[in-house]
Design a protein around this ligand. Sequence first.
Ligand code: TYM
Length: 330
Amino acid sequence: MNEKKRILSGIQPSGDLTLGSYMGAIKNWVALQDDYDCLYCIVDMHAITVRQDPPTLRRRTLEQLSQYIACGLDPKKNILFIQSHVHQHAELSWVLGCFTQFGELSRMTQFKDKSKKHADNITAGLFTYPVLMAADILLYQADLVPVGQDQKQHVELCRDIANRFNGLYSDTFTLPEPFIPKMGTRIMSLGDPMSKMSKSDPDGCVFLMDKPEDIMRKFKRAVTDCEAAVRYDKDAKPGISNLLSIYCTATGKTFEEAEAEFEGQGYGVFKPAVGEAVVELLRPIREQAAELMRDKAYLEGIYKEGAERASYLAEKTLRKVYKKVGFVAR
Ligand code: TYM
């Protein structure tokens, strides 16, 4: 019997992978891969909740797979797959949508933010997005969902939906827990430390595939404050605190160690040092991902096998659910 706990997580290929998604999610996935039974997907169905250019979406999906592997996710230890390849996600999502309240979905912060940003195109898909995310998680009976802070609300809604279904039809779904470590789970924009680093803000955002000179430029321009002391204080010094989080997540140092290292030194020394740490962190990832992109047959082998293995597990849950809600067996 397999005794390891199950993990599922995913990232949208709606933009290039960022330092935020690396530090908030992928880095933790890599750390967990030996101790858990892990599935990591590329959620292309989530990506089309806002308009995407089809060739770009296709390219990004493959790039994301190569970057997952380059970040250290071993395709032999983890199931790596593309969400749209496993049809059970859409099917379970429909059923779960019938157990989710309009009011619950209306309260989701990400929906409120995105519908402001895309006010001319607020689709039903954007609204029901968290239901599809719940299907992603519940299909695999995941125990843990490693995500950044911004996704906690969605995982909590997923628990509520699962709880409701279990209450009505007896135990069907494992109740998942969000897994959010202390450091790096909310990386802020370099241009505006009050808002989250996000792929839609290219100047404040570092992408995994950025060239070293671009990374250095972005860090040298990072918004700070006029106190000139490298000290962690999230409220009074959001810019410096964000840079310290990035530096410590990249180097494995504690805040105290980093503060001592830069004591008495100005931001002119600290900002490029953070840039250098990130350049060195990302260099091997960028190089390996570029190499993997040249081997499309290898990538195809990975995502096809991943979809097959994921689909096998997903089907078991879907059958149970269909039976419980009263569908006639095929
Ligand atoms: P997405 O694609 O916006 O982000 C992917 C992951 O990266 C984390 N993240 C961050 N962490 C720290 N600082 C940041 N600035 C930052 N930006 C992004 C996110 O918290 C997330 O963990 N709905 C999800 C994708 C999804 C999913 C799932 C996740 C779909 N199905 C099932 C887990 C399980 C999303 O939009 O993430």
